[in-house]
Every structure is written in C-alpha cells, then in structure tokens.
Write a new protein. Structure first.
Ligand code: C2E
Ligand code: MG
Ligand code: MG
Ligand code: MG
Length: 282
C-alpha cells in the first residue's frame, strides 16, 4: 500500500516537473527574441542620501513583458537567461539603454545590475568601455551592482575583470550584502565603493535586535573601509528613522520610490522630508 502511495506521489511530482521544465524551455526560447520584439524595458528606482534626502542615483531594473504571458519577473527569467547565455546580449542592451538614459537625465548616477556570466567573459570590461564611449556617459556616473554569488565561479578572473572596470573609473557595488558567502574575504579583495545591505535586514530593523546589530556592524565596517553603505528595501518611516539614527549613508525602497518608467521615476521623486511631514499630519 505504502509503495502504491509513493508511486502515485512520484508520478504527481513527475508531471509537475515536466510542466516546469516545459515552461522554462519555452521561456528560454522566447528570451532570444525579447530584445528584437521590443519586449524589454527598464524601470528606474531612486536612491537617496539617508540624511539629506538628496537623490544620489537611480538603479535600472529590467522588465520583460511577454506577448502572451504578460510581465515575467527578473527573478524568474534572469536565471534562465544566464543558463542559456542570452544574458550576454540582454546585459549589453541593459547597460547601453541605462547609459543612454543617464546621459539624457543630466547629472545623477546610474546603477546597473550585472550577472556573473557577464563578468566571467574575457571581453566584458572592453564592452563596458565601448558602451561608455558610444553613449558619452562619464565613467564616474556608472555603478555596476554585483552579488557575491556572481563572483564565486571564477574568482581570479572575476577580480581581473572588476579591476579593469574599476580602472575605467566605474564604481562597483556589492548587492544583497549579507546573503552570500564569505562576505569579509570578498570585501577585502574587491574594490567596492558601496555595500548594498540586503533588504531582509532592513525589514527586520524595527522588530529584531539581531538585524539592528548587523546593521551596526556593517556600518562600522563600511566606515573604516571607506565604503558607502546603502540599505535596500526601505518601506516604512520607522525603518528609515533607525537607519538615519544609526548613520546609514544611503537608502532605497518603496518608501522613497518604486521602480518606474523613466519619466515617472523622475517626477515621483517626493522628498523624504515631505513624507515625514505627511506622516506627522496623519
Ligand atoms: P536587486 O538588484 O537586489 O534589486 C532589488 C529588488 O528589490 C528589485 O526587484 C526591486 O524592485 C525590489 N525592491 C525595491 N525596493 C523594495 C522594497 O521596498 N520592498 C521590496 N519588497 N522590494 C523592493 P526586481 O526588479 O524584481 O529585481 C529582482 C532581481 O533581479 C534584482 O535584485 C537583480 O538581482 C535582478 N535583476 C533585475 N534587473 C536586472 C538586470 O538588468 N540584469 C541582471 N543581471 N539582473 C537584474
Ligand atoms: Mg541591484
Ligand atoms: Mg539587492
Ligand atoms: Mg536581489
């Protein structure tokens, strides 16, 4: 009987897995044409100084509107694009589009996420260089966001590439800090100018002493290494208050602004001071 039941379960899983595999396969096939079909778009999310609420930059976030499936989140399609290699062309498109937009905007910095697959390519620094040249964006207005996981596969080569990019005058941020492996070793070796503290820590700030203690330690680390610390995923004024009080440099999150198409991202830039007043009035 037990055997029978497990047989049924196995069969059920099998069917689910087949379906998931089919779905991935079809997404993978369609990704090849996403650029040509004009289905990719960038949204921009504002980053501000925690204390003065001045805009320090915008992060470009990729959006894919599939013609039949609708909006597919990057957490789903980026890993598939990495697997298929499509991320190289897509990543190039993202970088070029973000740099062009930044040139039109004026003086703010633009932060662009890059995948480990891109960094692992021998010609990556060269393509960053030519995109900067082609779009006319000054290198010091570009920041590349890289997760630790992206640096793991081939550390020696990744370090080489990152150093080349750094030498161009482009700055490098470590993304989702605290969720990867061997953070300290990575901080020690790579020329990061910004730590982006993962949003899971930000979310714990107003209820979890441990999250606050970790923030405290990361801020101390940032200060002594001369690295800017940005808290991701700020959603409430309570979180923002703690971040300011602890001396966090920069903030990003729904409270300050959602990722939006470029026109509205610029317009929606409500100041934090304004938000605080609104909260006080409520
Ligand atoms: P990420 O780089 O850590 O980006 C932050 C994610 O958190 C974004 O999700 C953003 O929309 C979301 N977020 C921002 N503020 C808040 C908040 O206050 N609360 C909550 N709950 N979430 C917030 P998104 O846009 O879905 O992107 C997910 C991930 O996909 C990114 O994480 C990044 O790793 C990857 N990604 C996005 N665009 C690109 C790209 O152009 N290239 C590559 N390689 N990866 C990308
Ligand atoms: Mg990012
Ligand atoms: Mg992040
Ligand atoms: Mg992330």
């Amino acid at each position: 009987r037990a055997k029978n039941r497990s047989g049924v379960t196995a069969c059920f899983y099998r069917k689910e897995m087949d379906e998931a595999a089919r779905e991935r396969k079809s997404i993978r096939a369609d990704l090849q044409y996403a650029i040509a079909r004009g289905e990719l778009k960038l949204h921009y999310q504002v980053q501000t100084s925690a204390l003065t609420d001045e805009v320090t930059g915008y992060e470009a976030l990729l959006r894919w509107t599939h013609r039949t499936r609708g909006l597919i989140p990057p957490d789903i399609f980026i890993p598939i694009a990495e697997e298929s290699g499509a991320i190289v062309e897509i990543g190039d498109w993202v970088l070029r589009t973000a740099c062009k937009t930044a040139v039109q905007w004026g003086r703010d910095k633009i932060a662009v996420n890059v995948s480990g697959v891109q960094i692992a390519r021998a010609d990556f620094a060269e393509s960053v260089h030519s995109i900067l040249y082609e779009t006319g964006l000054p290198p010091n207005r570009l920041e590349l966001e890289i997760t630790e996981t992206a640096l793991i596969a081939d550390k020696v080569r990744a370090l080489h590439t990152i150093r080349q990019i750094h030498a161009l005058g482009v700055s490098i941020a470590i993304d989702d800090f605290g969720t990867g492996y061997s953070s300290m070793q990575t901080l020690r070796t790579f020329p990061f100018s910004k730590i982006k503290l993962d949003r899971s820590f930000t979310h714990g700030l107003d209820r979890e002493p441990a999250a606050k203690a970790i923030l405290h330690a990361v801020l101390a680390l940032g200060k002594s290494l001369g690295i800017t610390v940005l808290a991701e995923g700020v959603e409430t004024l309570a979180q923002l208050d703690i971040l300011r009080h602890e001396g966090c440099d920069e903030v990003q999150g729904y409270l300050l602004g959602r990722p939006e198409p470029r026109e509205s991202a610029l317009a929606a830039n409500i100041s934090v001071a304004q938000l605080s007043r609104l909260a006080g009035a409520a």
